[in-house]
Design a protein around this ligand. Structure first.
Ligand SMILES: O=P(O)(O)OC[C@H]1O[C@H](O[C@H]2O[C@H](CO)[C@@H](O)[C@H](O)[C@H]2O)[C@H](O)[C@@H](O)[C@@H]1O
Length: 278
């Protein structure tokens, strides 16, 4: 924690100033993996950076709303995040599965649509396809129920394995009317029609939000960045934050950000600094 960083863009500086001036109208929306939680080799071990929850708990009561928008199932993000019953986060909303699922701390209610029928067919075909493709050792599939995520982080050459599998998995997704979501050494087959931008836009409308801060780290966060950019074009201030990883930069996201911070540690500092300034 320290001095509040200055966004590199004029739009970002306007967004941050507006949030500080009107916190009770402002919304903060955050991605989970890579933004609140450091990237780890085993996704089941993903947990928020220790400074994240205290910073969020201090900031959230001063804002109109706080949401976590993630590619994880909402229930998983709530469990790994330790959000249920967390002091200060009594009004947190978690939008999981890129917005298809929702959990509200205020009611502890979880809503989750039925899985797309194509997912069952992909689940049946995927092991054989990976075998035929001679997917590099270390490649493994995370079954999220509504989606199947093929991870290459544990392969000897994760980038090569990712490139090797990307096209055939995109074809498999398309054959079953599904969408391939590329991420950080993960290729996820999931239903189309929902993304973090649609989820964020609907949530902001529901809250009657003014200024918004969105922070993410990966390609799946670009639609949320675009949603904030559209609001800015319509005169609503916003701040786009990229949580960067020096060893694994997602260039397109950092290029579009008003502010870059280093990993969840940097995100926690930023949230704490904003809370202190308010
Ligand atoms: O939208 P997010 O909250 O960023 O979730 C995106 C994906 O995150 C997880 O994968 C990523 O984090 C893992 C744990 O650090 C890491 O091992 C993996 O390489 C990353 O891609 C998660 O496993 C996926 O299901 C999410 O879609």
């Amino acid at each position: 924690m320290g001095t509040l960083p200055v966004p590199v863009t004029a739009a970002g500086r306007t967004g941050l100033d507006a949030l500080l001036a009107h916190p009770s109208h402002s919304v903060v929306a955050l991605d989970f993996d890579g933004t609140l939680a450091p990237i780890v080799a085993d996704p089941t071990e993903s947990r928020p950076h220790p400074a994240v929850l205290p910073a969020l708990a201090r900031l959230a009561p001063q804002l109109r709303a706080v949401a976590v928008i993630t590619g994880r199932p909402a229930e998983t993000a709530v469990a790994y995040g330790g959000f249920e019953g967390a002091a200060g986060l009594e009004h947190l909303t978690v939008l999981g599965a890129y917005g298809a699922e929702r959990w509200d701390a205020a009611t502890a209610r979880l809503s989750s649509p039925p899985p797309h029928p194509g997912i069952d067919r992909v689940r049946a075909e995927l092991p054989d396809l990976l075998r035929r493709l001679e997917a590099p050792q270390g490649t493994w599939t995370e079954d999220k129920g509504y989606a199947l995520a093929v991870h290459t982080r544990r392969a000897a050459d994760p980038a090569r394995a990712y490139r090797w599998l990307r096209e055939p998995l995109a074809d498999l997704a398309a054959r079953h009317e599904l969408h391939l979501e590329p991420g950080r050494f993960v290729l996820e087959i999931r239903p189309a029609g929902m993304d973090k931008g649609t989820a964020l836009t609907a949530f902001l409308a529901e809250c009657g939000a003014g200024p918004v801060l969105y922070a993410g780290d990966d390609l799946g966060d670009i639609p949320a960045f675009e949603a904030v950019e559209r609001r800015r074009a319509a005169g609503e201030p916003g701040l786009l934050v990229c949580s960067t990883d020096p060893g694994e930069e997602v260039t397109e996201l950092s290029r579009r950000a008003d502010l870059t911070v280093v990993g969840p540690d940097g995100v926690a500092d930023l949230l704490a600094d904003i809370a202190a300034r308010i």
